[in-house]
Design a protein around this ligand. Structure first.
Ligand SMILES: [Mg+2]
Length: 406
C-alpha cells in the first residue's frame, strides 16, 4: 500500500455569523471561543482505496499549511510504518525550532490518520492494535459555571464536573457547586495557567480549595513556569494537573520526572499522536500518575482517537468533554458519540471508527483563528486597558480579580 494524497479540511466552528461570540470557558453552548475556534481534519488517501482520517488542534489554520508542507515526504510511502514516518516528519521539522502546537498538531493529525488506515486495512479497531482494552467505555467529565449547568451534566450521568476560572477566581462559586453536587461527584478546578495570578496567589487559592476535596487543581500557574508549579506543589495539599499545551514525550517529561503533577493532560489533537499519548501514559504510569486528556477547542475526530488511547492504558483517569457543544458538531462526522451514564463507549469499527462528512465541513469556511479582544473587555482585563494586552497584564488588577478569602 502506498500513500497517494493528503487532503486537509479546515472549518470555522460555531456557524456563520457568530464570530463575536463572548463564549468563554464553561459556557460552551454554541461556543466558538470568541471566533477563534477552527477544526482541521486530514484525510490520507492510498492506492488501495483505503483512506484514514485524523484531526489536528493547536493552531489549525497554520497547521493546515504545515501539513501541506509535510505532504511530499509521505507521498509514495507505505502507511504501515507509522513510527518511522512520524520520526521522518519530526526530523524534517528540526530546522524550524521547537515543535510547538503547530508541529505537534501536524504530526498528530497525520499519525492519527495512519492508525485509521492500519485499522481499516487489518479490519480491526485501533484499540486492538494497541494491546487490547482495559475497558469498554471511558468516563468523561464536563464543565459547569453554575448549579444549573451542573444539574444538566448530572442528568446525563456525569460523575465529574470542572469549574473554570477565567479572569476571576470565584471560590464561592466552587464551594456552591461542591455543596450542590455533593461529595460523590468529582470536582475539579481549572485556573487555565494564569499568567494573571502570581505564584503566591495560586498557592493561596489552592489552600482555600483544600477543604473542597478536589480531584485536581489544574494549571494553577502559567505553564511556562515549572519552578512556580513546583512551589505550588510543595505548598498546597491538593492534587495538581497540567500539560494540555505541550506536545511529545519531551514536552511532558519535566512534569512527570519532577513530580509536579498527579494528572497529565495531553491534548489528543496536538500531543504528537496516538503513540505519543501512549508513551506519555507509560512514563506517567511509572510514577503512578494518571492521564486525563485535554479537550478544549478540540473537534470530534480526535475524541474518537482519545477513546482508543484511554481504552488501552491502565492509568486512564477520565476524558474532558465539551457537553452541549455547538449543534453542528455531530453533523461533520459519522457516526457520533453520546454520553450514556457518564461514559462514552469505545468504538468497535475498524480503524478509529469515524469518518468526516466533507459536504458539511465545506459549509463553514474558516475565517479567523485567533480570539478577538474587544477594547472594552472588562472580563479578562481591567476596564479600558484591554488594548494593552501584555500576557501578565491583569496581575496589576489582581486584588479585584481574586476573591480568595471567603
Ligand atoms: Mg485546561
Amino acid at each position: 500500500m502506498k500513500i497517494t494524497a493528503i487532503e486537509t479540511y479546515l472549518m470555522q466552528v460555531g456557524g456563520p455569523g457568530e464570530a463575536k461570540s463572548t463564549a468563554s470557558a464553561g459556557h460552551y453552548e454554541g461556543g466558538n471561543f470568541g471566533g477563534s475556534r477552527n477544526w482541521l481534519f486530514v484525510r490520507i488517501l492510498t492506492d488501495e482505496g483505503i483512506h484514514g482520517v485524523g484531526e489536528c488542534s493547536g493552531w489549525p489554520r497554520v497547521i493546515e499549511t504545515a501539513v501541506k508542507d509535510l505532504t511530499p515526504l509521505l507521498i509514495g510511502e507505505d502507511p504501515a510504518h507509522i513510527d518511522r514516518l512520524w520520526h521522518k516528519l519530526l526530523a524534517s521539522m528540526m530546522g524550524h525550532g521547537m515543535l510547538g502546537t503547530v508541529g505537534g498538531g501536524a504530526l498528530t493529525g497525520i499519525e492519527m490518520a495512519l492508525w485509521d488506515i492500519k485499522g481499516k486495512a487489518l479490519g480491526q479497531p485501533v484499540w486492538n492494535l494497541l494491546g487490547g482494552k482495559f475497558r469498554d467505555r471511558v468516563r468523561v467529565y464536563g464543565h459547569a459555571h453554575d448549579t444549573n449547568k451542573a444539574d444538566r451534566l448530572l442528568a446525563l450521568g456525569y460523575t465529574g464536573i470542572k469549574v473554570g476560572f477565567t479572569g476571576t477566581v470565584d471560590l464561592d462559586l466552587v464551594a456552591s457547586i461542591r455543596d450542590h453536587i455533593g461529595r460523590k461527584v468529582d470536582l475539579m478546578v481549572d485556573a487555565h495557567g494564569p499568567s494573571w495570578m502570581t505564584t503566591q496567589d495560586a498557592i493561596a487559592v489552592g489552600r482555600e480549595l483544600e477543604s473542597l476535596d478536589l480531584l485536581f487543581y489544574e494549571d494553577p500557574v502559567a505553564p511556562e513556569d515549572l519552578d512556580a508549579l513546583a512551589r505550588v506543589r510543595d505548598a498546597v495539599n491538593v492534587p495538581l494537573a497540567a500539560g494540555e499545551r505541550v506536545s511529545t514525550i519531551w514536552g511532558i517529561q519535566p512534569y512527570i520526572e519532577r513530580g509536579l503533577v498527579d494528572v497529565i493532560q495531553p491534548d489528543t489533537g496536538r500531543a504528537g499522536g496516538i503513540t505519543q499519548m501512549r508513551k506519555m501514559a507509560a512514563m506517567a504510569e511509572g510514577h503512578y500518575i494518571t492521564l486525563a486528556p485535554h479537550s478544549g477547542s478540540l473537534g470530534p475526530v480526535a475524541e474518537f482517537a482519545a477513546l482508543h488511547v484511554m481504552a488501552t492504558i491502565p492509568n486512564a483517569l477520565m476524558l474532558e468533554r465539551l457537553e452541549f457543544d455547538w449543534e453542528g458538531r455531530d453533523d461533520v462526522i459519522t457516526p457520533t458519540l453520546k454520553v450514556v451514564d457518564g461514559h462514552m463507549k469505545v468504538p468497535d469499527a475498524p480503524g478509529l471508527g469515524v469518518d468526516i462528512v466533507i459536504e458539511e465541513i465545506l459549509k463553514y469556511p474558516s475565517r479567523r483563528n485567533v480570539r478577538e479582544i474587544s477594547p472594552d473587555d472588562g472580563t479578562a482585563y481591567a476596564l479600558g486597558t484591554a488594548h494593552e494586552v501584555p500576557y501578565f497584564q491583569t496581575r496589576f488588577e489582581r486584588r479585584q480579580k481574586l476573591r480568595i478569602h471567603r
